[in-house]
Each structure stands twice: as structure tokens, then as C-alpha cells.
Design a protein around this ligand. Structure first.
Ligand code: AOF
Ligand code: ZN
Length: 364
């Protein structure tokens, strides 16, 4: 087994926690002694304990003289527990292999420096590209101050989400719907525009067993607080949070009514179209959201694309055609020149029952 093999194992542990550890990154750690895996861990639901703590606990005395493979630089700061770098040193780890540095200002090379200082051999950059993907949400908040944004589209072959009269139920099939639920599971929050909240009265939860342990944050972009107070989202906040991004000047009584239902309100700067989405995403980043899944509708999708705020598109296409007078999955954004189009790179494509799923990432 090579360093890459062990790091891949650490990365797949980390991947399992995506969507459940925010605001923390989901980190994986594998401890190997004389070629045998003696400890495994990932960041726990809610972000604590850290991956290294779990893996060291499993390894016990076997950690002495062993190598630790971590998908992110071990932390150097005192949180609820001492830093992971100290824990690795104290456990007698002889070598630490790291996929990526931690840009958090409390760490940022200091974890690696602590390990070096204790005479531990450190290897950096193993499976660095994969780690960049796994840590993307966390890095996005640290580097850009906003979450990573995935736009999910479920459309007909001609890119429509409803017929001319608005009939929209069951365009994509069961397999796509399950995959879409799994996508919710690997994101910290799901976002819709108020049009979708009004038209579909959605729940936006991830209730398929085994997909998710952490509560889901559901976000509505709703400039004027038009979300129905008796709709499923506001009425039934429960463990899964409901957050609304609105602009100034909303009705105070309505604001209080949402507050009383446990809905968290964010007043965001206004833009011509409603709320300033860049500011809205920054507020979500500050509130701890690292991976955001946008589920529509077409107006919100267009506004985000227009502002160049979409990092990934997950597009499910069902094999039917409703024609150009159907409701567009991306509303018009007044583009005149092809040069100004938003461009994406195909990252993967697969059959999803009778539908096709295509994954795109923003072209940089
Ligand atoms: C690790 N291992 O599993 C994770 C790390 O709020 P705290 O004290 O839990 O610290 C959060 C920071 O720790 C987070 O911003 C990131 O820099 C690091 N995450 N570090 O050694 C882990 N999740
Ligand atoms: Zn740590």
C-alpha cells in the first residue's frame, strides 16, 4: 500500500461527512503501523471531535511509531480540546502525511510547524487535487467568504421545469429524485427562491434513511417576506432550520411572526432584482454554511448565474420534451453576446434510471 492508497482511504472517510460538519471541514484520518490500519476517524457530525481525535482513540497504544494520514493539516489552536498537532505528537506518531494545508488563520502552517518542531517527519501534498475537491466548501468560505454553490436542475430534454400552465410534478424519475436527496445530504443547506416556496410548498429535508445525521438548513430567498406563514417550511421548522434572506423595509408584524415560529431572518442589502445575492451568500458563509445546494426556481438560478456565483451544476434531464413555451429552468438574464455566457466544464455523466445526470464545474 502506497501513501496515495492510505490518503485515498482518509479522503473517502472525509467525503462521508460532507454536509454534516459545517462550519468545520470534514476531515479523514487513517493511522497505519507496519502496513496495518490501526485507527480510522473522521470529523464528527457537528464538527467535533476532529478526525485525528477519533483515529487516535481507536489506535490507542498502537499509534506509537505509526504514520498518520490526514486529509487536512492538523489544527494548531486550542478549541474545546488541545490542538490535533499536539495530540499526534503526544501519541508518539512518527510520520504525518497531509493532503492539503489548512488556510484557517488559526492553523495556516502552524500545525505543520508544530509537527516539525517535535521531530516528526511530514509529507505534504499527497492527493492534493482530490483534497481540494473534498475541502472545497470550507476553503470557499475561508478564501472567498462565501459557501461553495451547487445548482441542481431537474428538467426536460429542452431544459424546462414545467409546462406552459405550470404543471411540474414528476418530470424526472425515481432514481434522479433519490440522487437529488443524496445531494441534499452532502450539502449544509438547501436554498430556493420564494416563487418555489409559494408554488410547491416544499419541505426540503433529507429524510431518506442513512443519508444524513445532521439537521438540514433550509434557506429561502424572499425579498419581501412573501413565504406563507402556514406553509410547510415555516409551520414545521422542527430540527431542520429555516432561514430567510430578505431586504429592508419588510412588514414588522410579519417579521415577528416568522421569528415566533423559529425562522431565522437575515436582512440583506437590496439589489435591483431583490436581495444582493453576493451579500446573501456572504451572510450564509458567516453563519457557518460551507456547501450550499440551490434547487430553483428559474428566477433564482438565473440571478445566481448572472452574478457568476454558481460553482457546480448537477443537471438531471428526463427524456421528454414540452416545448419552448414551458417554464425555463433558468429564467432570462438578458444576455446579448455569447462571449458573456457563463461557461462550465463537464466533470461527469451517468444514466440515472431513464434520466441522464451530468455534473459541471465552473470554468476558471
Ligand atoms: C483538524 N481536524 O477533523 C477538522 C479540523 O471550532 P474548532 O475548534 O472545532 O476548530 C475548527 C477548525 O479546525 C476549522 O476551522 C479548521 O481549521 C479545523 N478543522 N482540523 O485538525 C479536523 N475538522
Ligand atoms: Zn484538530
Amino acid at each position: 500500500m502506497t501513501d496515495e492508497d492510505h490518503m485515498r482511504a482518509a479522503l473517502s472517510l472525509a467525503r462521508r461527512g460532507l454536509g454534516e460538519t459545517a462550519p468545520n471541514p470534514s476531515v479523514g484520518c487513517v493511522i497505519v503501523r507496519a502496513g496495518r490500519v490501526v485507527g480510522r476517524g473522521r470529523t464528527a457530525t457537528g464538527g467535533r471531535p476532529h478526525a485525528e481525535t477519533e483515529a487516535l482513540a481507536m489506535a490507542g497504544e498502537a499509534a506509537r511509531g505509526a504514520a498518520a494520514y490526514v486529509s487536512l493539516e492538523p489544527c494548531a489552536h486550542h478549541g474545546q480540546t488541545p490542538p490535533c498537532a499536539s495530540a499526534l505528537i503526544e501519541a508518539g506518531i512518527a510520520r504525518v502525511v497531509i493532503a492539503s494545508g489548512d488556510p484557517d488563520e488559526r492553523v495556516n502552517g502552524q500545525g505543520i510547524a508544530m509537527l516539525h518542531g517535535a521531530g516528526i517527519e511530514v509529507t505534504e501534498g499527497v492527493c492534493a487535487a482530490e483534497a481540494e475537491t473534498v475541502n472545497e466548501g470550507f476553503f470557499s468560505v475561508v478564501r472567498r467568504g462565501r459557501p461553495m454553490v451547487t445548482l441542481k436542475l431537474a428538467t426536460t430534454l429542452d431544459g424546462r421545469i414545467a409546462t406552459r400552465t405550470g404543471e411540474s410534478q414528476w418530470i424526472t424519475g425515481e432514481a434522479s429524485r433519490r440522487a437529488a436527496h443524496a445531494l441534499r445530504g452532502s450539502h449544509d443547506a438547501v436554498m430556493v427562491g420564494v416563487g418555489t416556496a409559494l408554488a410547491d410548498d416544499p419541505e426540503l429535508t433529507c429524510r431518506i434513511a442513512g443519508f444524513r445525521a445532521a439537521p438540514m438548513v433550509r434557506v429561502i430567498v424572499d425579498s419581501h417576506l412573501r413565504t406563507p406563514l402556514d406553509g410547510r417550511l415555516a409551520r414545521d421548522v422542527g430540527d431542520d432550520a429555516v432561514w430567510i434572506l430578505h431586504r429592508d423595509g419588510v412588514d414588522a408584524a410579519r417579521r415577528d411572526a416568522f421569528g415566533a415560529l423559529g425562522v431565522r431572518l437575515f436582512e440583506i442589502a437590496a439589489s435591483d432584482a431583490g436581495v444582493d445575492l453576493d451579500a446573501g451568500l456572504r451572510a450564509l458563509g458567516a453563519a457557518g454554511i460551507t456547501r450550499l445546494l440551490v434547487e430553483g426556481g428559474g428566477t433564482l438560478a438565473a440571478a445566481l448565474l448572472r452574478a457568476d456565483l454558481v460553482d457546480h451544476i448537477e443537471w438531471f434531464t428526463a427524456p421528454l420534451v414540452v416545448g419552448g413555451d414551458g417554464v425555463a429552468s433558468v429564467a432570462g438574464f438578458g444576455l446579448e453576446r455569447l462571449d458573456d455566457a457563463r461557461r462550465f466544464t463537464l466533470a461527469g455523466r451517468s444514466a440515472c434510471g431513464g434520466d441522464v445526470r451530468a455534473s459541471y464545474r465552473r470554468q476558471i
